[in-house]
Design a protein around this ligand. Sequence first.
Ligand SMILES: [Fe+2]
Ligand SMILES: [Fe+2]
Length: 255
Amino acid sequence: MTTGAQQGSAGIDVVAEADRLEAQAVAALDQALVVPSVLYVSGDRDPRAGVPMPRGRRLLIGDDPRLPSMPEAPRLQDFFALRFGPSSHLLQSARRAERAGCDDKAVLACLLHDIAVIGFIRADHGYWAGQLVAPYVDDEVAWAIQMHQVLRFFPDPDFDYEYPQMYVDFFGPDFVPPAWLKAEHDRARKHRWYGTARQITCNDEYSFDPNATISLDEFDDLLGRHFRQPPEGLGFDGSPTAHMWRTLAAPTRAL
Ligand SMILES: [Fe+2]
Ligand SMILES: [Fe+2]
């Protein structure tokens, strides 16, 4: 529910408009019930109890009317605009990498490294994001995105990368990375693309100017050169991760 009043650039009362759309969406949902995926509510609910499936109600099988409509053939930029949360951290990381003289692959990896955090699943976010984009980017970019998650936990003086104070704040000073994370780090250190993944961590800052405004448009050329947008749209090209993009577009579909 929205409160207060705010005038949009076209003179529209955006709060009233949001309320109208919300009421419309709720009415639409009267006809179609959203049954949350177990993953969305696991922990809030005991997953062993299952999610109740009320009988006698239709289930939502199409697009969620509470979400902005996606184009028929969505591009990556549409997901940024319509399904992802604020992307300033990614845009600032990419700009920083660019200004530091990183090559296109590293800049693209920075631009996409946390798309799972802002739009999909936080746990194992590097692996999810790397997998999501793998069919559409160079293998090196996907691998770097995947591994940045574990490299964040381990300093590397050769790159002037220190364990982040933010992680001390988040996880406490006594946190010790579990064995699997350490093993993944050791594996990554021996990989030929280690440097690219490490570049993400070097440009992965959280202390940027919160007021800086960067548009994704700034990276249109980079995406044009290095992100293979399928003509059918992400989710409809039959790629190994098309289903993940479809789920992003319609996360509450019953099946
Ligand atoms: Fe990350
Ligand atoms: Fe990040």
